[in-house]
Design a protein around this ligand. Sequence first.
Ligand SMILES: NC(=O)c1ccc[n+]([C@@H]2O[C@H](COP(=O)([O-])OP(=O)(O)OC[C@H]3O[C@@H](n4cnc5c(N)ncnc54)[C@H](OP(=O)(O)O)[C@@H]3O)[C@@H](O)[C@H]2O)c1
Length: 258
Amino acid sequence: MSYLDDLFSLKGKIAVVIGGTGTLCGEMALGLAKAGATVAIVGRSEAKAAEKLRQIADAGGQAYFISADVTARTSLEGLLEQVVAKSGRVDILVNGAGVNAATPILDITDEEFARILDVNLGAILRSCQIFGAHMLENGGGSIINIGSISGLGPLSRVFTYSASKAAVHNLSKNLAREWATQKVRVNTLVPGFFPAEQNRKVLNESRVAAIMGHTPANRFGEPHELIGATLLLASENAGSFITGIEMIVDGGFAAMSI
Ligand SMILES: NC(=O)c1ccc[n+]([C@@H]2O[C@H](COP(=O)([O-])OP(=O)(O)OC[C@H]3O[C@@H](n4cnc5c(N)ncnc54)[C@H](OP(=O)(O)O)[C@@H]3O)[C@@H](O)[C@H]2O)c1
């Protein structure tokens, strides 16, 4: 085995990528599969998963789709059962289901606030409880929760989303502390701005200009640029002492003041 394989290979590992039907986590799923993991792509839409499964198969990787709705605890419990039945265990979990809205602050309804909090935050707690217990029993694992730069400092127009992501960062650190000695690592992957389905409606012309003015790299990220960070956090060799961090991949956005 080469030096790099020893550090980063995920051969024989089983990864569950919740939100893998979407833009960013779909690409992370492809990266995990290319590094050797067998990947369960999870979301509600089988149609959206099909293209990702094809890309992974074309790259010589192993993946399958399992439908789950993160708003239901029973659905996540069923997901773990199905993956264990198919693959025996789970070593890596990506929690990436996410929803967004650009409602002005005085117009946010209780229903909208609760719905976004439930998908972006409640689901992460449920999933970490269910898969975390499994990993603790198995002697270890890596959980990668998807945060956001809006979780580091509030971002205008996406009030509920920002609050939910800030809580994801906080929850992830808390879980990291709880489970560190039992080799279950919990980290937050923090993407900057990447055009995707859930933020399309927020990215109008003036918003894009404001983002570019605050991004030293002066461009959006491309989904494949999350793969390196994903593999580092996923690998029990390369990432063995990394837990409780916010891994920022943002072209310098979070480093900027004025
Ligand atoms: N794009 C960015 O710039 C950016 C920046 C920072 C953080 N993020 C975060 O990155 C993650 C991925 O987002 P993305 O930008 O790639 O958006 P996306 O393409 O819209 O993907 C989000 C995925 O979440 C899944 N999802 C939503 N509700 C679900 C539910 N109830 N149950 C199961 N799955 C559900 C959807 O899958 P189905 O439709 O198949 O259910 C969808 O594929 C999110 O957590 C997002 O907040 C994105």
